[in-house]
Design a protein around this ligand. Structure first.
Ligand code: GAP
Length: 453
C-alpha cells in the first residue's frame, strides 16, 4: 500500500474544543447547513444535509427500537396542530413563558434568568447581568408558543399553536392507545416528532433552535409505583446514551429542585452532557404525577380514569416521562466523537450511528480494480450502508471517510485480483488487516455487533 497512508497518530489526540469547528465540519461534509443560507439565513434553524439526515435517522432508529421493541410500549405519531384547549389544559398558554429583558444600549434581547451567561451585544467580553455593560428594561413575560391560524380567516377563534412538545399528543390519546392495543398499566407510549418554541435566545448550533425534534416516551403507572418506575427509567435512559457510544465521563445526572422543578413535576432529573459550551441538558426524566391526565379530564370533560381489571380499582395513572431532543442527541454524538491528532480528524462514533458503515476503495482507477470493487460494493450494499470513492490518493480517501465517521474502509489492490483478499482498515486505530473478501460481511457485522465490548 502507498507510503502516504498514516498509520499512527501524528500527535496527542484532542477532543472538540469549540462549536465553531464542528459547525464548519458539518457544513463542509454535509451534516448540517444553515437554513435558507442563500437568503442570508434565518435565525436558529438548520437543515440536515445528506450525511446529517442519515445520522439523525440512525439516532431515531436506536431510540425507537429501544422503546418500541419492548412489549410494554406502543408507538404513536400525533398531529402537530392540536385543539387549542390542549394548551390551556397543559398549562402552556398561562405558564410557558420566559422572562425577557431588552438592553437600551446594545439593543440586545435576553432571558432575564440567563443574564450571567448572555454576552452584551456591544461588549461581548462582558455579560448582560449585574456589573455588566447593559442597561436593562424590566422583565416581561414572553410566551414561547408559535401561534398560527387554522382556516382562511385570521380571527381570534381560529388561533392554533405549533406544539411546543410532543407529549400532549400522547396524553390525549392515552385511552385510544390503551383500548386499541389492549395494553394494561403499567405501559408506555413513544413518539418522535417536531416541536416548536419561539426561544428568546436560541443558539449554540443545533443545541437550542426554534424548530427541533423530540423523542418522548410517557409511561403510565399506578399511583404509588411512580418513584420506582422513575428510578428504572433514569437508569435505562442513561444506559441508552452509553450504548450509543457516548463516553460515560461526559454524562451526568442533574436533579431539579425548588424553583427548577416544573409545575407538573414531583421529581425531575436531567441527563447532562459536557458540550463545548459546558455541562448542559441533553434529556429530561420527569415524574409528572396525574397532573396531565387530570387536567385533560377537567378541560375536556371526558372521563380519563383507568379501570384496573385485576384489582377493580379506578384511578388516573401517574406518568413518568423521558424526553430527549433528537437534534441535541445528534449534537452530543458529533461533539463526543470528534477527534484530532494535529493532522488527522476523525469522528469516533458508534457504527450504528455512522452515516456509512463501510467505504470501498479500488487502489487505483484501473478497470480491473474498479470492476472488482464495484462488485464488492454491490455485495456489501445488500447488508450495510456503503459508499465508494475512487478519486485522489488512498490516504486522502481514508481521511475523507474518517471525517464523516465511516468505521471501516475496504481497499482492493492488485493482490486482490489473484488471491481474493482485501485490506480492511479501521477508522479509530488506522489498523489494517488483510482478510479474504468472502469473509468481509461476516467480519464487519461481527465487529459492529461487538463494538465497544
Ligand atoms: N415534554 C417535556 C419537555 O418538553 P423539556 O425539558 O422542555 O421537556 C425536553 O424538553 C428535551 O427537548 C430537552 O432535554 C432537549 O433535549 C430538547 N429541547 C428542548 N428545547 C429545545 C430547543 N429549543 N432546541 C433543541 N432541543 C430542545
Amino acid at each position: 500500500m502507498s507510503e502516504e497512508v498514516q498509520t499512527k497518530p501524528a500527535g496527542p489526540v484532542q477532543d472538540l474544543k469549540d462549536m465553531a469547528t464542528l459547525v464548519s465540519l458539518s457544513k463542509q461534509r454535509g451534516f448540517v447547513f444553515p437554513s435558507s443560507e442563500i437568503y442570508g439565513g434565518i435565525g436558529s434553524t438548520w437543515d440536515y444535509g445528506p450525511l446529517g439526515v442519515e445520522l439523525k435517522r440512525n439516532m431515531k432508529e436506536t431510540w425507537w427500537r429501544s422503546m418500541c421493541d419492548r412489549e410494554d410500549i406502543e408507538g404513536l405519531d400525533a398531529a402537530i396542530l392540536m385543539h387549542p384547549k390542549v394548551w390551556e389544559a397543559s398549562g402552556h398558554v398561562a405558564g410557558f413563558v420566559d422572562p425577557m429583558v431588552d438592553c437600551k444600549t446594545c439593543k440586545g434581547r435576553f432571558r432575564a434568568d440567563k443574564l450571567d451567561s448572555s454576552p452584551c451585544g456591544q461588549k461581548p467580553s462582558k455579560n448582560a447581568g449585574a456589573g455588566g455593560a447593559c442597561e436593562l428594561t424590566e422583565p416581561r413575560n414572553f410566551n414561547l408558543m408559535f401561534k398560527t391560524h387554522m382556516g382562511p380567516l385570521e380571527e381570534t377563534g381560529s388561533v392554533v399553536y405549533l406544539r411546543p412538545e410532543t407529549a400532549q399528543g400522547i396524553y390525549v390519546n392515552f385511552l385510544n392507545v390503551a383500548q386499541s392495543s389492549r395494553q394494561k398499566v403499567p405501559f408506555g407510549i413513544a413518539q418522535i416528532g417536531k416541536a416548536f418554541r419561539n426561544e428568546i435566545t436560541p443558539g449554540n448550533f443545533i443545541f437550542r433552535t426554534r424548530e427541533f425534534e423530540q423523542m418522548e416516551m410517557q409511561f403510565f403507572v399506578k399511583p404509588g409505583t411512580d418513584m420506582e418506575w422513575f428510578e428504572k427509567w433514569k437508569a435505562d435512559r442513561i444506559q441508552w446514551h452509553y450504548d450509543n457510544g457516548i463516553r460515560k465521563e461526559k454524562l451526568r445526572f442533574h436533579a431539579h429542585a425548588g424553583a427548577d422543578l416544573a409545575h407538573y413535576a414531583k421529581a425531575a432529573f436531567d441527563i447532562e452532557y459536557e458540550f463545548p459550551i459546558g455541562w448542559s441538558e441533553l434529556e429530561g426524566i420527569h415524574n409528572r404525577t396525574d397532573f396531565d391526565l387530570g387536567r385533560h379530564q377537567e378541560f375536556s370533560g371526558k372521563n380519563l380514569l383507568y379501570f384496573d381489571e385485576s384489582t377493580k380499582e379506578k384511578y388516573i395513572p401517574y406518568i413518568v416521562e423521558t424526553s430527549v431532543g433528537c437534534d441535541r442527541a445528534v449534537l452530543a454524538a458529533l461533539c463526543d466523537s470528534y477527534r484530532f491528532d494535529g493532522d488527522r480528524t476523525w469522528l469516533q462514533m458508534h457504527p450504528k450511528l455512522s452515516p456509512y458503515k463501510v467505504a470501498v476503495f479500488p487502489l487505483m482507477k484501473k478497470p480491473e480494480l474498479t470492476e472488482y470493487s464495484d462488485k464488492l460494493y454491490a455485495d456489501l450494499k445488500k447488508h450495510f450502508r456503503v459508499t465508494s470513492d475512487v478519486s485522489g490518493s488512498i490516504g486522502k480517501r481514508y481521511r475523507r471517510q474518517d471525517e464523516i465517521g465511516t468505521p471501516f474502509g475496504v481497499t482492493i489492490d492488485f493482490d486482490t485480483l489473484t488471491n481474493h483478499s482485501v485490506t480492511l482498515r479501521h477508522r479509530d486505530t488506522m489498523e489494517q488487516t488483510r482478510i479474504p473478501a468472502e469473509k468481509l460481511i461476516h467480519v464487519i457485522r461481527d465487529q459492529i455487533e461487538n463494538w465497544g465490548k
